[in-house]
Design a protein around this ligand. Structure first.
Ligand code: PEP
Ligand code: MN
Length: 363
């Protein structure tokens, strides 16, 4: 998938500065609300308007979108403001209706990305069409499903694509509505380096007061753009009322974002970075040497346990290692949860190695 069209090419803008911003209400509600939102956003420099007209809701009997008539309202926005307009599609019929209404950009929502049948149906309806598609991550943290959706679109000839990180469902109570999993998006970027990546802080946060911190993190991770929900009267929104910003608050928030560059041009800065990176490389090599040494000892212990008929897992010892390392790590200013993750990974590999020794498997 290396032939993904350049974002600036499909947005018809030569000089794209980060972040490219797509904004608009969660849902189109009335013709007045749509036009009011669009005019206010346009006057604050936003050029791409979003609004959902078919809304996938978790529970029935909620507002499920205004449906097809919303397409006319989006067309009006297009004509009056010359903004590009974007909406969500979840099946082939939506795609056909959106295409005939000249919608500029489509997106596939998180619940749909999780369903390969639905994505394939959408892809089939898009065969031979030249419309940009944005693919949100699936609700569950499965990179394969996300890439699979992009591949299904690529296979039918879609070349103007981008990915949106909108966070992942968890059953646990967390600060955000959907857990951001930055590493999953970094893994996506590693596999598809040319694919533009956007962040949807609205659906990650669930509450407007957190949007800025998440938008800032995404900018620090070099995301190309943001898709943010904005409503003229957020408290009265028919869906996702707590996470929408007024156009004015959105503009103020965007102004406060600090946009750092990923390209280092200043020679002095570059030299300092190079020196520091050389130190990091050296530390990484030491970590590898220590891991090698640790595994060598783990193997000796494994052999010894086998000869003496001692079980692999020594739970008390493991519990004491973990709590000692967390304590010591904390004293050094290291996050105990990070230390737990590192030592759990190390311990799990030790258990693997020793069980293979017990079963006379090759290492
Ligand atoms: C939306 O963008 O309004 C939406 C429904 O998002 P998601 O698919 O990320 O839940
Ligand atoms: Mn929404």
């Amino acid at each position: 998938m290396n032939d993904i069209a350049d974002l600036s090419e499909w947005l018809n803008q030569e000089d794209l500065t980060r972040p490219v911003v797509i904004a608009g209400p969660c849902s189109a509600e009335t013709p007045e609300q749509v036009m009011n939102a669009a005019m206010q956003l346009k006057s604050r420099g936003i050029n791409i308007f979003r609004a959902g007209i078919w809304k996938p809701r978790t529970r029935p009997n909620c507002f499920e979108g205004v449906g097809e008539k919303g397409l006319d309202w989006l067309q009006e926005v297009r004509q009056k403001t010359s903004m590009m307009v974007a909406t969500e599609v979840a099946n082939a019929r939506h795609v056909e209706m959106a295409l005939s209404a000249n919608i500029d950009i489509l997106w596939i929502g998180a619940r749909t990305t999780a369903n390969p049948f639905a994505v394939q149906e959408i892809a089939d309806a898009l065969r031979g069409k030249d419309i940009p598609i944005m693919v949100k991550n699936p609700i569950n943290p499965d990179l394969g499903l996300w890439i699979g959706a992009l591949e299904r679109l690529h296979n039918v000839g879609v070349r103007k694509m981008l990915a949106i990180h909108r966070g992942f469902s968890t059953y646990n109570k967390i600060k955000y509505r959907n857990q951001p999993q930055w590493q999953i998006a970094i893994d996506l970027k590693r596999q598809l380096p040319d694919l533009p990546l956007f962040c949807d802080p609205s659906h990650i946060c669930g509450k407007r007061e957190y949007i800025e911190e998440i938008a800032q993190i995404s900018m620090d991770l070099n995301y190309n753009g943001l898709i943010i929900e904005s409503h003229p009267n957020p408290e009265k929104a028919w869906s996702d009322a707590r996470q929408q910003l007024t156009p004015d608050d959105l503009a103020k928030m965007l102004n406060r974002l600090v946009i750092r560059t990923s390209k280092v041009e200043n020679e002095r800065v570059l030299n300092t970075l190079c020196d520091l990176r050389a130190v990091i490389d050296d530390v990484d090599n030491q970590i590898l040497d220590l891991l090698e040494e640790r595994i060598t000892i783990i193997k000796q212990i494994g052999e010894y346990k086998k000869v003496n008929n001692i079980s692999v897992l020594q739970n008390d010892r493991w519990i004491s290692i973990l709590s000692r390392m967390r304590r010591k790590g904390q004293a050094k200013g290291l996050n105990p949860d990070f230390i737990s993750k590192v030592f759990k990974a190390i311990h799990s590999e030790a258990i693997n190695v020793q069980t293979r020794i017990m079963n006379n498997e090759d290492l």
